[in-house]
Structure formats: structure tokens, C-alpha cells
Design a protein around this ligand. Structure first.
Ligand SMILES: O=C(CO)[C@H](O)[C@H](O)COP(=O)(O)O
Length: 261
């Protein structure tokens, strides 16, 4: 009898699939952060070790990912040396029908965004639980802010027109844990704080929300990744499928392979 697939099995499937489909020898790649992206990093390490992949240069999006890649012997560099990436692969906290994302559950949103914006292709890998009809209520939107006068910045954010109704909550404890534990602010890899914006209803205009956040003094960047996704690879109980945005329309293709085969 076949055992039921766990959420981690699904994350591994999409992580491996993304590397197998999109990472070629001799390319510069962006490595995402989080439990799903970690499987893609493992796969790159595995294929370099077996010789199936050669001459990869990888740009990590967090200290955690850098440490994982180092252990696997993946050659690393930085955006300072490589501003043009062939592909970046990363997970997400929510994906809407236009393939807009919420990211930053792991607190790495700034480095993720700066790296992923440099990639010709940005491949998003998620299990089906991350698919939503509208961003906001399912997962708080993380915003990286400078520590100086952070309470003031949080008040300003709560009054932005496109973010009406949000409740800003300072993330405490471990940066990768958006359920506030501990009593000290979580510190990002860049030495900043994260404020998680909680919503009861979906954000009407994620692009405007992102623009208003970005224009707020004290905000470093935010976890709304709009118009960036090239392809979203999704794993569900029935198999893996690809969501592509074509001409503004989301399209689902046949399962890339059978999870149960
Ligand atoms: O944005 C991120 C980290 O900042 C992650 O990609 C996102 O939180 C998804 O994580 P996971 O794959 O562990 O569910």
C-alpha cells in the first residue's frame, strides 16, 4: 500500500522538478530561502556531486541558504559580481491567480527580491496549500523596516490607503517564525525588523499596496512580489502541475509527472 504524501514530500517534488527543468550547466542561479527552496538547493548539490550539472554559480538569498549551499559544495557568488542571473528558484507563502506572491515568511524577503529581480526566469515552487484567490487574509504580508522609530513606521503603514484595514504586528523571536514567540524583535540578515501585516479581507490592489509601502520612509522592502513570476510549479495530492501566466491569463498544464507512479 502506498503511503500518503506529506507536505514535505510535496515540497521536495517541486524543488527537484524546478532544478531538473530549469537549471542547466554553465549558468548563474539564484537560490531561494525556506523549507521548499531548501529541497531545490539539495537537488543542485546532488546533481553537482554526480556530475550531472557543471560550472554553476549560485547566489544565495539568505545566510541560511548560503550555509546550506556551502555544506553541499555549491560554488557561491554575490550580485556584486553577477547582476544577471539565468534563473532563480524560490518558495512562496501565497500565490494569487495572477501569480502575484506573498513572500517573507522566512524573513528573507529583501535578499530574495533583489536576487530574483535579476533573474531572466523566476520559478516559484509551492505545495497546493499556498494557492489562494486573493493575497492577505491567508498569510500576513511581511515588511522589512529599519529599527529606528519602528513604531512610528508601523503607524504610517497602517494608514496607507491601499493597505486599509491591516493590523501591523512586529515579528518577535526567531526570524523564520512568523508566529511571534520570544519577546525580542526578530532581526533580519540585514539587521532590520519585520512587521507582519494581518488582513481580514484580500488586498484589492497588490501593486498599489506594494508601491505605497515602498514609498514609505523607514520601509526597506515588502513581501508583495507582483509581476515577477515566470512559472509557478505546484504540488498537490493529485500530482504536479505548472501554472503559467500568459497574456494576463493563468493557465494550468497537465501534471508534469505522476506523483504516485
Ligand atoms: O519567502 C520565504 C522566506 O523569506 C519563503 O520562500 C516562504 O516563506 C515559503 O517558505 P516555505 O517553503 O518554508 O513554506
Amino acid at each position: 500500500m502506498k503511503r500518503a504524501l506529506s507536505q514535505d514530500d510535496l515540497k521536495r517534488m517541486v524543488g527537484y522538478q524546478a532544478v531538473d527543468d530549469y537549471v542547466k550547466s554553465g549558468t548563474v542561479i539564484g537560490l531561494g530561502t525556506g523549507s521548499t527552496a531548501a529541497h531545490a538547493v539539495d537537488r543542485v548539490g546532488e546533481k553537482l556531486k554526480s556530475g550531472e550539472l557543471k560550472d554553476i554559480i549560485a547566489i544565495p538569498t539568505s545566510v541560511r541558504t548560503k550555509e546550506q549551499a556551502e555544506k553541499l559544495g555549491i560554488p557561491l557568488s554575490t550580485l556584486d559580481l553577477h547582476s544577471d542571473l539565468d534563473v532563480a528558484i524560490d518558495g512562496a507563502d501565497e500565490v494569487d491567480p495572477q501569480l502575484n506572491l506573498v513572500k517573507g515568511g522566512g524573513g528573507a524577503l529583501f535578499r530574495e527580491k533583489i536576487v530574483e529581480l535579476c533573474a531572466k526566469k523566476f520559478i516559484v515552487i509551492v505545495d497546493e496549500s499556498k494557492i489562494c484567490d486573493g493575497l492577505g487574509p491567508g498569510f500576513p504580508i511581511p515588511v522589512e523596516i529599519v529599527p529606528f522609530c519602528h513604531e512610528h513606521t508601523m503607524r504610517v503603514i497602517s494608514k496607507l490607503p491601499a493597505l486599509k484595514g491591516c493590523e501591523p504586528v512586529l515579528r518577535l523571536g526567531n526570524i523564520a517564525n512568523n508566529t511571534a514567540d520570544g519577546d525580542k524583535p526578530a532581526i533580519t540578515d540585514n539587521g532590520n525588523y519585520i512587521v507582519d501585516l494581518k488582513f481580514k479581507t484580500p488586498i484589492k490592489d497588490p501593486v498599489a499596496a506594494g508601491q505605497q509601502l515602498k514609498a514609505t520612509v523607514g520601509v526597506v522592502d515588502h513581501g508583495l512580489f507582483t509581476g515577477m513570476t515566470t512559472v509557478c510549479i505546484v504540488a498537490g495530492k493529485e500530482g504536479i502541475y505548472i501554472k503559467e501566466k500568459k497574456g494576463g491569463e493563468e493557465e494550468e498544464e497537465e501534471a508534469a509527472f505522476d506523483l504516485f507512479g
